[in-house]
Design a protein around this ligand. Structure first.
Ligand SMILES: Cc1cc2nc3c(=O)[nH]c(=O)nc-3n(C[C@H](O)[C@H](O)[C@H](O)COP(=O)(O)OP(=O)(O)OC[C@H]3O[C@@H](n4cnc5c(N)ncnc54)[C@H](O)[C@@H]3O)c2cc1C
Length: 434
């Protein structure tokens, strides 16, 4: 029987290296006010180190230039990379490029089209081009992609796309966008939606703005990590820009979102651990009302609750990763949904407690906590709002039950049934004790 919570020795060595690398080489970059191009140049030698250790783009199979790690290894790796906002980009697996690479790879697998690799996948993996994923629309509920309105209509050898999208992360710095839209309104959206590669310089495509957000209220257009609002007006793309077969949009989305959620959750744990470390350090250092914060029960409760919640989230996430490796994304749907809302809330709560422990310093931008908190708030919305995942889990759980007018565990009813079941024995026992 295998029930093993250990990491194999060779991989543990890689993790040890990653921990040191993130702390010594990557975290210091966070404190410098650099623009995107400066960051790109600064991190290039670091990316080379990652490549030379065989850890670049580890989410993809070897034949596509990745490492072919399963989800458990990737999860453990993302827990470390997630500690710094620059971790994923230095390791060649930052969102949305990593998810988009997986979509392109899935499209290749579905169609056997090798040209996708050369045209988009290899340049994306090498960092030669950048990408965005354009699904959410301002005027339809992103939580229910069956309502998408953006249309793609076939016209000869081309598809013509019309619609409006927003929150396309990195849209304003991307070279290509992967756009999801309705390609056949006559059938159910699960069969009638498709994804296309749309180069950003295609006529008819207008990037209207980068949307200011809680993360960046005074947004400056064209920065890495911004979220673009994009208008598609008679945007024409050749038929070979379709990823996967026509109608496979939802299938592709599932391919992308399953592993992506595991990686998000593990990165959130990296962030939570960082906030936890800060909280503990402050608790031991700040003296008030006759003792250090660490000696006050409320603070001890925050530390104890945070540790337990992070531990639970970690076990749940690694279990979901393990299950995905064993039986695939579809059979792991509930586990993936549970870690999404559980993990997002753990992240939020741990950072919130750390800020409270620091008081005014925690609220100030002299500490990274306030920025971490703003980013954490989004985690409850993106990748499907928490409520939708809860609904999925509850719906599946309820399938195992039936309505019953009298509760199955109603004690008087059960007692009557038990008396009937054991009538002979009870008669004997009562007679015996009389
Ligand atoms: C930081 C960030 C980055 C993003 N990046 C991208 C990107 O790169 N590409 C992209 O396409 N999109 C992106 N998004 C958009 C994201 O995917 C959507 O915001 C998300 O799917 C929710 O859609 P919505 O905002 O339209 O909310 P709505 O669908 O309007 O939902 C609003 C609220 O309604 C409630 N709700 C919805 N359904 C239910 C239900 N069944 N039961 C109970 N309550 C419910 C929830 O509380 C939900 O938060 C990003 C969003 C954020 C915040």
């Amino acid at each position: 029987m295998a029930w093993d919570f250990s990491t194999d020795e060779a991989f543990e060595e890689q993790l040890v290296w990653m921990r040191g690398f993130i702390r010594e080489e990557i975290m210091p970059i966070e404190t410098l006010s650099l623009n995107h191009d400066q960051v790109v140049r600064l991190i290039r030698p670091l990316q080379e180190q990652v490549k030379s250790r065989g850890l670049w783009a580890a989410h993809l199979p070897v034949e596509l230039g990745g490492v072919g790690f399963g989800q458990v290894k990737l999860g453990l790796m993302h827990e470390i990379l997630g500690q710094s906002m620059y971790g994923p980009v230095v390791f060649g697996n930052n969102a949305p490029d990593s998810g988009n690479a997986e979509l392109l790879a899935a499209g290749m697998e579905m169609t056997g089209r090798e040209d996708i690799k050369e045209r988009w996948l290899t340049p994306l993996l090498s960092g030669a081009i950048r990408s965005g994923f354009s699904m959410t629309e301002p005027n339809t509920a992103g939580s229910d992609p069956r309502l998408l309105k953006t249309r793609a209509e076939k016209d000869g050898d081309e598809w013509v796309i019309n619609g409006r999208k927003w929150y396309t992360t990195n849209g304003s710095v991307a070279d290509i966008l992967i756009v999801m839209e309705v390609s056949n309104p006559e059938v159910h959206p699960y069969q009638g939606s498709s994804m296309f590669v749309v180069p950003v310089d295609t006529p008819g495509l207008t990037i209207l703005r980068d949307v200011g957000s809680m993360d960046d209220p005074d947004v400056v257009y064209g920065r890495f990590g911004n979220h673009a609002e994009i208008l598609y007006e008679d945007v024409r793309v050749p038929a070979d820009h379709l990823i996967g077969p026509e109608g496979s949009g939802f299938l592709l989305a599932q391919t992308r979102l399953g592993p992506g959620r595991i990686h998000h959750c593990m990165r959130w744990l990296g962030q939570s651990q960082r906030a936890f470390d800060m909280m503990c350090e402050r608790a031991l250092s700040r003296y008030t009302h006759g003792s250090f914060l660490a000696e006050k029960q409320t603070i001890q409760n925050w530390i104890a609750d945070s540790k337990a919640e992070m531990h639970a989230a970690r076990l749940m996430t690694l279990h979901a990763a393990w299950k995905m490796d064993q039986v695939g994304a579809s059979a792991s749907r509930d586990e993936i949904a549970m870690i999404k809302y559980f993990g997002a809330n753990v992240l939020h709560n741990v950072i919130d407690r750390a800020i409270q422990t620091y008081g005014s310093l925690g609220y100030s931008s002299d500490m990274p906590l306030e920025a971490m908190y703003r980013a954490a708030r989004a985690a409850r919305i993106y990748d499907g709002p928490d409520e939708v995942h809860r609904q999925t889990v509850a719906r599946h759980a309820l399938k195992n039950y039936e309505a019953s007018e009298v509760p199955s565990d109603h004690i008087p009813t059960r007692a009557a049934a038990a008396r009937e079941k054991f009538a002979d024995v009870l008669e004997f026992l009562e007679a015996d004790s009389a």
